[in-house]
Ligand binder design. Structure first.
Ligand SMILES: Nc1ncnc2c1ncn2[C@@H]1O[C@H](COP(=O)(O)OP(=O)(O)O)[C@@H](O)[C@H]1O
Ligand SMILES: [Mg+2]
Length: 507
């Protein structure tokens, strides 16, 4: 039976068409993937199914009956639940309080907390969610918070569950656990729509996959009859190469040397705790770790954004420990920051203004009479063509560009200065395969030119694919070094959580 059928759905935002004549059929008991690049229109389509948006055209059938979904309450009544990309939980409340919010059962005016609590606990056990009904949200991990969102939909009787990019916030182990939970849900008769742009997960977890490209359906296929390469081509509209040809490494002398570094974190605790690390010329060192183990503070310390309590940092034998950010940049550090909106760009500035953020005061841009805009334009034109930054014009506010193009703009700016050390933090987060491939090549080029690269990423396959050596960071220390050619993603995952020690000596 078709539990969901969306027929000819079109949704416009002003003059922009986010969904165009989309047909989607989801069968009972399947895990149906919705795959597409960023901005393809996946969330829009599912927000329509959940009643958050009204389509401009098209019809929706639930259990083969035509419906008009006026809002999330009605979606709930039809048995549709949605776990959003950004959770909507009240932090100081308990799991149970969050789950019953809005649907409290009352008896003579009092909320039946015990009854609700027992129901939550039972549901958690039934689906293998391992949730403590009395835990307070702010004390539990992001992965657990996601499960609370899942429970919330189950508590409301959802039969059709929509997961919008659920794995984006999870570690590899948590992703595996989520896949198990999804299987449990299916076994108990539920149907799942799983949004992702990660091909591997779709191949591992789903029955069928519908690919959306630029707001239109590219195709629906059986997972068993396709592979990652075919899906990538459908998604991007061209062949994508996954293999990165890695040239023979020409490892030079030490470029970056971090010695016994101490940096305080947000709560005054040591976020970087006696950390030492080195990177050679012509080498990519990958820093693998669960988010929040000192990666951000280490980068902030190297780039002069955070105070160093103790220890030292050398770049090509120059002691930069006490340098200010501008001087560090001038000494030869490029930085692709983790938060591209906060640290990488000024969103209301134009594309060209963003290109000269760290060089505007130098020749040829700065003159006695002010900024030479002809030079700025020439420079920007060259960068956007070399780095394939797609923008209506160089005078467009950079806010208007897609995430992938914003990221390419940052990379263009940082790489073009030809830094001796390039720090790339989460360089492809949230991007799709086409943009990822491009960015990986650019990072690899720096290495092949004899530069040092520090790659910090939560994507383990990115770390393994690009790095020459991998350092594991755990609670502010380097736990050990592994060889990316021989370590598996699973092993790396275990090392990152401190549950396994890196075997052998430093490599
Ligand atoms: N409320 C909105 N107003 C205007 N444009 C929107 C809105 N929601 C989404 N869009 C645009 O529609 C396109 C598809 O977005 P979305 O459905 O979120 O993509 P996906 O989930 O596939 O990444 C994007 O270009 C986005 O900017
Ligand atoms: Mg989305």
């Amino acid at each position: 039976m078709n539990v969901v059928e969306m027929r000819g759905i079109t949704k416009r935002f002003g003059s922009f068409t986010a969904n165009e004549d989309i047909h989607l059929v989801v069968k009972k008991g399947e895990i149906h993937a919705l795959l597409g690049e960023n901005g393809a229109g996946k969330s829009t389509l599912m927000n329509i199914l959940f009643g958050l948006y009204q389509p401009d055209e098209g019809e929706i059938y639930i259990h083969e009956k035509k419906v008009q979904i006026s809002g999330p309450t009605m979606a709930n009544e039809l048995g549709i639940g949605m776990v959003h990309q950004h959770f909507m939980l009240v932090q100081p409340f308990t799991v149970t309080e969050n789950i019953i919010l809005g649907v409290e059962e009352k008896s003579s005016g009092f909320v039946q907390y015990e009854k609700a609590r027992n129901k939550v606990q039972k549901l958690s056990e039934q689906y293998g969610l391992k949730i403590d009904a009395d835990a307070v949200i702010e004390d539990i991990s992001v992965g657990m918070q996601q499960r609370v969102e899942i429970l919330k939909t189950l508590y409301r009787g959802a039969e059709i569950l929509i997961f919008d990019e659920p794995t984006a916030v999870l570690t590899p182990q948590e992703i595996d656990e989520l896949i198990v939970i999804m299987r449990n849900l299916i076994r108990e008769g539920k149907t799942i729509i799983f949004i992702s742009h990660k091909l591997k997960e779709i191949m591992a977890a789903c029955n069928r996959v519908t690919v959306i490209r630029r707001g239109k359906i590219a195709k629906t296929v059986e997972v068993s009859e396709t592979d990652e390469k075919k899906l990538a081509a459908l998604m991007v509209g061209r062949e994508v190469s996954f293999e990165m040809e890695k040239k023979e490494q020409k490892k030079g002398s030490i470029a970056l040397e971090v010695k016994d570094l101490l940096v305080k974190g947000f709560h005054g605790k040591m976020a970087v705790d006696h950390l030492s690390l080195d990177i050679h010329k012509g080498e990519i060192v990958g820093l693998a770790g669960v988010d929040g183990n000192g990666q951000s503070e280490l980068i902030e310390a190297i780039t002069g954004l955070k105070k160093i309590e103790q220890g030292s940092i050398f770049l090509n034998e120059v002691d930069i420990t006490k340098f200010k950010t501008r001087k560090i940049i001038e000494t030869g550090v490029g930085h692709i920051p983790e938060d591209r909106h906060k640290r990488g760009l000024i969103l209301d500035f134009t594309v060209s203004e963003n290109m000269i953020l760290s060089t505007y005061y130098k020749t040829p841009f700065a003159t006695t009479w002010g900024i030479n805009y002809t030079e700025v334009e020439k420079y920007t034109d060259r960068l956007i063509s070399e780095f394939d930054v797609r923008t209506p014009s160089i005078d467009t506010p950079i806010r208007a560009l897609s995430g992938g193009n914003q990221q390419k703009a940052i990379i263009a700016r940082e790489v073009d200065r030809d830094p001796d050390l390039l720090i790339a933090a989460q360089p492809t987060r949230g991007l799709d395969v086409g943009a990822i491939e491009f960015i990986h090549r650019r990072i690899m080029e720096q290495r092949d030119k004899g530069k040092a690269v520090l790659l910090v990423s939560l994507e383990l396959n990115e770390i393994l694919k690009l790095s020459d050596r991998v350092a594991i960071i755990y609670e502010g220390k380097i736990q050990g070094w592994v060889d990316p050619k021989i370590v598996s993603e699973e092993e790396l995952g275990l090392l990152m959580t401190g549950s396994k020690q890196a075997g052998g000596d430093a490599i």
